[in-house]
Design a protein around this ligand. Structure first.
Ligand SMILES: Cc1ncc(COP(=O)(O)O)c(C=O)c1O
Length: 412
């Protein structure tokens, strides 16, 4: 029987209470015990998100003539993103609803660009490293494109030679991640850029996770390789505001080297009785709150605020890396941002995950290799000792024969 609507409405006070009670079974992310799905940048940032969101939550970014305020905020957010990611006078972009939206629209732009620029002789294809996000699979499925996943190198980064070997006349896009979600490592974007430029193929950098942290880690002294428009072959970038931009959910940026490239993303329809409709991204209605909250958080934190928050993230990561080593874990590669994955040569990490889950921790796993995975927030700096104590206890429980385990690593 489907859930039915109540005949009479309830008071907001009752509903509010019910809603809070429902959340009691959710991951305890406000305590810092969740390291996937959510970003905890502190109560001050949450307050700005909340209040800025509600100020424009009914307005619609679909209508810039009706809401020039939102258009102006979007332009300024995109401008801030571009200025952090080596955009120049020619570069442009839009706010989308999230990473998957940004990636889908970049793929669409690359496909339409390729169709306009040259004659394709069969099904167009997109070449990605094995570590690329499934958003590319989804985009390719939606647009009937072939996705070619190529093995990564032993160091878990994109293998440019393996990608080159899969290129043919119908290749419309090459992809590198900065960083990849599973490993938190930045692919060799410079090398990919050289290949893309030589072959005349669109290079997209998926900086959904890294776009709003890597520039600040570099400012903090981190040794971050070129990964954005600084690399000449990069045509487009996805960078999520609702991840390390610490903005409210439902906000990402998709950025292009030039408006000529961006124009291939825009959908323009005049063939219906409602009048001409021009939409840059996948959405029709575009939630004003996601745009206004992004604008407010970016201006609230500023460069200094982001540098300070991201320093907390990288210090938390370094503390965890130091603490897991004596437990026998091995970090995958040399992560530089907020994601770290680590495997164990002897202990079954899926069983350790189960133990950590019993202790209230919610994080992720990788499958190749099998590893524990954390996507850290500033707040985690205050719980690294607790995490390491629980990890030690979890490893001991597994070593003493408690073999209960999670069946699989999944995100749904
Ligand atoms: C590297 C990377 N790209 C794309 C995405 C998709 O972003 P979203 O979940 O906002 O659609 C994610 C999400 O975690 C990601 O880590």
């Amino acid at each position: 029987m489907p859930h039915t609507m109540p005949q009479a409405g309830s008071t907001w006070e009752d509903l509010r209470e019910q809603m809070i009670a429902r959340g009691s079974g959710d991951a305890k992310w406000r305590d810092g015990k969740t390291a996937v799905y959510v970003f905890n940048a502190g109560e001050d940032v949450a307050k700005v998100q909340r209040e800025a969101y509600t100020l424009y939550m009914s307005e619609n970014g679909l209508g810039p003539a009706a809401f020039p305020s939102l258009k102006q905020m979007e332009d300024e957010v995109v401008g801030m993103g571009l200025s952090l990611l080596h955009g120049d006078e020619a570069s442009v972009g839009n706010i989308t609803s999230g990473g998957t939206d940004s990636i889908t629209m970049a793929v669409k732009a690359a496909r339409d660009y390729a169709c306009a620029a040259r004659a394709l002789s069969g099904q167009p294809n997109v070449i990605v490293p094995f570590s690329a996000h499934p958003a590319f699979d989804k985009a390719c499925k939606l647009m009937s494109l072939e996705l070619r996943r190529t093995p990564v190198r032993d160091d878990l980064m994109a293998d440019v030679d393996a990608m080159r070997a899969r290129v043919d006349a119908n290749t419309i896009m090459l992809v590198g991640s900065a960083p990849s979600f599973p490993y938190g490592l930045i692919d060799p974007i410079q090398e990919l850029g050289d290949m893309a430029a030589t072959q005349g193929i669109w290079l997209h950098v998926d900086a959904c996770v890294g776009g709003y942290i890597a520039p600040f880690v570099r400012m903090n002294g981190g040794d971050i390789p070129p990964f954005d428009f600084e690399v000449p072959g990069v045509c487009s970038l996805s960078a999520d505001l609702h991840k390390y931009g610490y903005c409210a959910k439902g906000a990402s940026t998709v950025l292009f080297r030039s408006d000529e490239l961006r124009q291939h993303m825009v959908f323009d329809c005049d063939d219906w009785p409602g009048g001409r409709m021009v939409t840059p991204t996948l959405a029709g209605t575009r939630p004003g709150g996601a745009i206004s909250a992004a604008w407010a958080v970016m201006n609230y934190l500023g460069v200094d605020g982001y540098r300070a928050k991201h320093r907390q993230v990288t210090e938390a990561r370094a503390a965890i890396e130091r603490g897991i080593e004596p437990l026998g874990f091995e970090v995958l590669g040399r992560p530089q941002l907020g994601i770290v994955a680590f495997r164990h040569p002897e202990v079954d990490v899926f069983a350790v995950y189960y133990q950590m889950f019993q202790r209230g921790w919610f994080a992720a796993l990788t499958t190749e290799p099998r590893a524990l995975h954390l996507m850290l927030s500033p707040y985690h700096q205050s719980v690294t000792d607790l995490y390491l104590d629980d990890l030690r206890a979890s490893c001991e429980a597994v070593a003493s024969g408690d073999s209960k385990t999670v069946g699989e690593a999944r995100y749904s």
